[in-house]
Design a binder for this molecule. Structure first.
Ligand SMILES: O=c1ccn([C@H]2C[C@H](O)[C@@H](CO)O2)c(=O)[nH]1
Ligand SMILES: [Zn+2]
Length: 131
């Protein structure tokens, strides 16, 4: 699967965003090394602190289907931002745990802007029990 296809899946997932409070719709797609792909959108709640980002929805869906650290090859995130979306700190920590420092992360917007980074670049010094 190409990055174009992974971003297209993230855009499709974004259509399902439940964001009545922020009206900020985000989509994400995660590709496993075995070829399986999972996607997710942000899901908000009237109790604002319960809002779940698209990145974590997609990553947690992969884990719920059996994926474990080391199984994730690549992920893409897309939102209607000026430049490529910049994931929040909580999602960066989850990306690091589940994908490792080398996880490739494609950050995109709705106008075709795109950047390629890694979970390690997104969160240097992230929490680990053996740190
Ligand atoms: O990278 C991001 C940043 C924000 N959001 C969601 C959380 C909330 O529903 C809304 C506004 O922060 O966007 C994501 O899903 N991913
Ligand atoms: Zn987040």
């Amino acid at each position: 699967m190409t990055d174009d296809e992974l971003v297209a899946l993230a855009r499709q997932a974004r259509d399902a965003a439940y964001a009545p409070y922020s009206s900020f719709h985000v989509g994400a797609a995660v590709k496993l090394r075995d070829g399986r792909v999972f996607s997710g959108c942000n899901v908000e709640n009237a109790a604002y602190g319960l809002c779940n980002c698209a990145e974590r929805t997609a990553l947690f869906s992969a884990v719920a289907a059996g994926a474990r650290p080391g199984d994730i090859e690549r992920m893409a995130v897309v939102a209607d931002t000026a430049g490529p979306i910049s994931p929040c700190g909580a999602c960066r920590q989850v990306m690091l745990e589940l994908g490792g420092e080398g996880l490739a992360v494609v950050l995109a917007n709705m106008n075709g802007a795109r950047t390629l980074t890694t979970a390690g670049e997104l969160l240097p010094g992230g929490f680990r029990f053996d740190s």
